[in-house]
Design a protein. Structure first.
Length: 239
């Protein structure tokens, strides 16, 4: 795998426009209105609140499933326990915690928190409804085209399926893709399992090995980008 940086890109007005369009989106209001935020303590219904990085051109794009309750409250991506896990994983692969938000453009297959549901005695984040994913897929496509990352890191089965749909691929199960790298035009996609505490995929030893392989691929790609000076492209001065 060779990951070459693009020529120095300038901050994109196009990306700012897309960012504003996404942040103003309320298409899923009716779907979200059926779901409480966190029923044991927060019975209020969820409202559309798209969560994504502030716009900047990045060599690495991270695509998760959907924001969780912590992200919903903070307005920032990858903040909760799952976010800490993935930030730690990237740190192990060469992206320091203090540079993560400048280096990795963060988004998800569905940009809005889908609410929580009961699973036995526990409460966990709901998966986004298929309709939400469908309505958000155009945004994801546009984000990838405009941010134009060299490397897409796909986190979990929902994100992998969203990427497969965008590429017109048959939908695959998580075990078929975790730990692999694929070319997509002039960029690469690395598939990882979700690091969320609620994810059961990584309970199995064979899946842990797949994840470790994916981490080695990520470490290799980050090393190539850093060596070539392409890890940090540029960033908005917006907060
Ligand atoms: S999930 Fe996507 S399509 Fe739905 S309201 Fe949020 S930004 Fe809009």
């Amino acid at each position: 795998m060779t990951v070459n940086p693009r020529d120095e890109p300038s901050f994109s007005t196009e990306l700012e426009h897309l960012d504003a369009e996404i942040r103003g989106c309320v298409r899923c209001a009716n779907i979200l209105a059926e779901h409480p935020a966190n029923p044991p303590s927060r019975p209020e219904i969820v409202v559309p609140r798209p969560i994504l990085s502030t716009p900047f051109s990045a060599s690495i794009m991270l695509i998760g499933q959907a924001p969780g309750l912590t992200e919903y409250d903070s307005g920032l991506p990858f903040q909760g326990p799952a976010g800490s896990g993935i930030r730690g994983l990237f740190a192990e692969c060469g992206v320091r915690l203090d540079e993560f938000d400048r280096v990795v453009y963060q988004t998800s297959a569905a940009k809005c928190f889908p609410g929580r549901k009961q699973n036995g005695r526990h409460w966990e984040d709901r998966q986004p409804d298929p309709k939400m994913l469908q309505m958000c897929s155009g945004f994801l496509r546009n984000q990838i085209e405009i941010v134009d990352p060299r490397l897409v890191v796909c986190l979990g089965g929902v994100a992998a399926k969203a990427i497969d749909r965008l590429r017109g691929y048959p939908i695959r199960v998580l075990g078929d893709v975790v730990g692999t790298v694929e070319e997509w035009g002039d960029r690469y996609i690395i598939f990882l399992a979700h690091t969320s505490p609620g994810s059961r995929f990584l309970n199995e030893e064979k899946n842990k090995r797949l994840q470790a392989r994916g981490q080695r691929l990520l470490e290799h790609a980050v090393g190539l980008l850093r060596e070539s000076g392409g890890l940090i492209r540029g960033q908005s001065d917006r907060p």
